[in-house]
Write a protein that binds this ligand. Sequence first.
Ligand code: PNS
Length: 196
Amino acid sequence: MKKHVIAIYPGSFDPLTNGHLDLIHRGAKLFDELIVAILDNPDKDPLFSPVERREMLEAMTAHYDNVRVEKFDGLLVDFAKSVHANVIVRGIRAISDYEYELQMALMNHKLDPHIDTVFMPSAEAYSYVSSRLVKGIARLGGPVHGFVPAIVEERLHRKLNGHARRNRLAVQQSGNNKGTRKKQNKTTGKPTKTRS
Ligand code: PNS
């Protein structure tokens, strides 16, 4: 009897990259069901909220009938059990990823021996693309086209332009205040008398 294999593809997806999408595309062909699981961990101080990350992932995976997107917090193995998944999919871009990924895979297997991790090599074209680098480039106003889907590119610009504008206004504001603020006596805080 053919087994029905449910796999989860967990990650921060902050934001989703074309490398992630490639893995989802290949995973959807390999497994009967693929659940993209977004880690909802405020300690990581994400740029995009879990709701925003989910919206972008759902928009980009809506055409797969065996892929769905969910959020999780707590232990990955507990989430896997709750959705009856026994495969965890993780992408490996370079050998440097491998050490950390192997450690996680072994630990997850120790925590729940029913769960195995399948490593998939990232597509060569995206082997150097990461969410962290994409955010760094976008923050400095660089181009991220080709690294992320258009919806992510647009939202990155919207979010980061907003930040940049607010920062510029704050700097302007403090500059204006400097010009109008009277010099104060360091001890009393009262305006000092200036010679005219
Ligand atoms: O995209 P990321 O940030 O590399 O994904 C890391 C993720 C979400 C797979 C990992 O942090 C995780 O599984 N977190 C859940 C907490 C957990 O189960 N920790 C024990 C792992 S051995």
